[in-house]
Design a protein around this ligand. Structure first.
Ligand code: ADP
Ligand code: ZN
Length: 519
């Protein structure tokens, strides 16, 4: 078996060796067993079902939610001489019929189908009359209602197991925090399937989080360290995508916008240019990226906080698929945390869902604020224990310096308390710094005992203090109201002087250029 698999790998796909778990997975599935495959983006999931598809009799049916990805894969397979086809809504009736006939005649090795198509009685009856090699369920996390890619139809895919109990199934995903893993196994009736969990570490990606000061200037400085390289810049809103792309173009960068509000033709064109040309920077909302396979993306920058660590990991995972050094850069500020918290509270979601989203956001903020190795924190989130500091993240390369911020924290917390626990950081900083402006006077905050007690720190330093107090849970964001800050239970001990507070010193870091210089 192994030798035949290897032969196919070499003669059909032109690769000399399997990577990581691929060989074990191929063998397991080719022998007719079920598998649940958890592998990071770029890890090489496709071969895990493509090789068994060629080893086994009949046609492999691949369920995929992504039309664009289907077309790319089929095109690539056909170029290798593999008999592959897809069925989705982009085909006209005539073309679809031809493919169905080919399936019935046993002339296909792989058939990619959208889930809603697969589940039609018509298609299922077609399958009854065909010879099926295996079922592959790609992007299996779509079955999880807690992920952002939830697809209702994925829940019904258990029908494959019920109707064809003897045909092996392989489910694959790159999203694999332990709860999602369990949910996939349960929802797809794959509890008995062997699990293949690859390490999620992407050693060539350097993680880097900067504290937001002036986002667009910081982005400019960052991009200046990646001149002429392909990259993706993620922004939260469509408007910001447009603005950021324009600003980059003004600096001479080949930047293109991508978001769901753009005309489909323009979107497709921008995507094509990003894939085919060198050195294009795609400025996008998270609408961009799923299924994009461009090996030489050298950086992924986040101008705003992503919603969760899983999202962040997927998005940054698009960098460095070729294994060469790549950088994941994130610009993190308190304003984003407040905004995202408000988005959660104001959404239509039920209480259970909101609780989950709050928790996910808190883990992400924890990642941003950590002084530990970021890779360790990131991987711990996927249930993986990375044994030592990685040496390839900002915290490893430039360990954070801390300072005793107990007194500053007490001033900040008491200022929050005395002004009524409903103001945002900027106003609180004005009070602490003794700024005599309209708003401060209007609320009589110039008469508070904390007015002007914080002149020893500048605005930037105070912003860092407030952000870190929120990050460490000493302050809470009133996300149901106007995003003001209020004391958390834990802050009482600080105010009483029972609990020292150590914070990260936020000196401007050394310019990126210096640290990245390649010899
Ligand atoms: P995933 O679906 O896990 O994101 P892909 O299946 O698209 O990953 O594979 C990512 C890239 O790695 C592709 O360009 C693929 O051709 C390449 N690749 C996969 N397996 C191997 C291998 N054994 N040897 C060399 N390249 C491989
Ligand atoms: Zn590290």
């Amino acid at each position: 078996m192994t030798t035949r698999a290897r032969e196919i790998l070499q003669t059909v796909f032109g690769f000399s060796d399997f990577r990581g778990e691929q060989e074990a997975i191929v063998e397991h599935v080719a022998q007719g067993n079920d598998a649940l495959v958890l592998m990071p983006t770029g890890g090489g999931k496709s071969l895990c079902y493509q090789v068994p598809a060629l080893l086994r009799d009949g046609c492999a049916v691949v369920v995929s939610p992504l039309i664009a990805l289907m077309q790319d894969q089929v095109e690539a397979l056909r170029q290798l001489g593999v008999r592959a086809a897809y069925l989705n809504s982009t085909l006209d009736a005539g073309a679809a019929t031809q493919i169905e006939q080919a399936l019935l005649r046993g002339e296909l090795d792989l058939l990619y189908v959208a889930p809603e198509r697969l589940l039609t009685p018509y298609f299922l009856s077609l399958l009854e009359r065909s010879r099926i090699a295996l079922f592959a369920i790609d992007e299996a996390h779509c079955v999880s209602q807690w992920g952002h890619d939830f697809r209702r139809e994925y829940r019904e895919l258990t029908i494959l197991h019920e109707r064809w109990p003897g045909i092996p199934r392989i489910a694959l995903t790159a999203t694999a925090d332990p709860p999602t893993q369990r949910e996939i196994a349960e929802r797809l009736q794959l509890e008995e399937a062997r699990r293949f969990v690859s390490s999620f570490d992407r050693p060539n990606i350097r993680y880097n989080v900067v504290q937001k000061d002036n986002g667009s200037r910081q982005l400019r400085d960052f991009i200046a360290t990646h001149v002429g390289e392909s990259g993706i810049v993620y922004c939260l809103s469509r408007k910001k995508v447009e603005k950021t792309a324009e600003a980059l173009v003004g600096l001479g960068v080949t930047a293109l916008p991508y978001h769901a509000g753009l005309d489909a033709g323009i979107r497709a064109q921008n995507q094509r240019r990003f894939l085919r040309e060198d050195g294009v920077v795609m400025v996008a909302t998270i609408a961009f990226g799923m299924g994009i396979d461009k090996p030489d993306v050298r950086f992924v920058a986040h101008m705003d906080l992503p919603k969760s660590i899983e999202g962040y990991y997927q998005e940054t995972g698009r960098a460095g698929r070729d294994g060469e050094p790549a950088e994941a850069w994130l610009c993190h500020g308190l304003g984003d945390v407040v905004l995202l918290k408000q988005m959660i509270e104001n959404s239509e979601a039920g209480e259970e869902r909101k609780r989950l989203e709050r928790r996910k956001l808190d883990s992400l903020v924890g990642y941003c604020e950590t002084m530990r190795c970021r890779r360790q924190v990131l991987l711990a989130n996927f249930g993986e224990d990375y044994p030592r500091p990685c040496g390839n993240c900002d915290n490893c390369l430039q360990p954070a310096e801390t300072w005793d911020a107990t007194v500053a924290a007490q001033k900040a917390l008491s200022c929050v308390y005395r002004s009524g626990q409903r103001f945002g950081a900027m106003h609180l900083i004005d009070i602490l710094r003794g700024v005599d402006n309209e708003r401060v006077r209007q609320f009589g905050h110039d008469r508070l005992s904390t007015f002007g007690v914080g002149q020893d720190l500048d605005v930037r330093a105070w912003r860092g203090v407030f952000r870190q107090l929120v990050g460490s849970g000493l302050l809470e964001v009133d996300a149901e109201g106007f995003g003001g800050l209020r004391l958390a239970e834990a802050s009482r001990a600080v105010l009483r002087g029972e609990h020292p507070v150590m914070l990260r010193k936020e000196l401007p870091r050394k310019p990126e250029r210096e640290r990245n210089a390649r010899t």
